[in-house]
Ligand binder design. Sequence first.
Ligand SMILES: C[S@@+](CC[C@H](N)C(=O)[O-])C[C@H]1O[C@@H](n2cnc3c(N)ncnc32)[C@H](O)[C@@H]1O
Length: 175
Amino acid sequence: MIDILIFIVFFLIIGILGTFALGGVLAAPWVPLWQKDVKRMLKLAQIGPDETVYDLGAGDGRILLIAAKNFGAKAVGFEIAILPYLLGWVKILLSGQRGKAKLYCRNFFKADLSQADVICAFLTPRAMLKLKPKLEKEAKPGCRVISYAFKIPGWEPVLADKPDQKTAAVYVYRR
Ligand SMILES: C[S@@+](CC[C@H](N)C(=O)[O-])C[C@H]1O[C@@H](n2cnc3c(N)ncnc32)[C@H](O)[C@@H]1O
């Protein structure tokens, strides 16, 4: 009996670590944003009433929660790593924002982005390059793409916010 339990726990741990690794390989590892940077990104997005905000690689859903609570947006996120996904799911449940914030455990490269008014991303330069053709195909006219720290190669930002030397830049693009 103990042997079976050890076996199950071992495979659970391998599974959880495996999804962390998958996130790192597909686009970026889990590095949560500071709340102040989440607010900065969402302010720069100039979210209007009833707009929909997507977060690609949503971690524990912090962008979704602040977008829904503080900005009144409908928020949709995709997260591939199981642990941050579960954490985000519980946070959304406890916050009472389930009607406005949705977090899916899936690969955002396979998601349809055409309903987004704002797309947030904190990924890597390599992931931004990989994402570019998908954004060019699916992001609707007027959609703002807000990228933390890394530019979208070949796109011209309408705004680059870098308050000081120590703070990472946030790039705002408009389709
Ligand atoms: C740098 S973190 C960003 C976290 C989050 N946006 C925040 O505000 O704290 C990148 C996240 O993207 C996730 N990720 C990487 N590739 C993914 C993919 N193809 N689909 C869904 N999530 C992915 C990683 O697991 C990681 O949690």
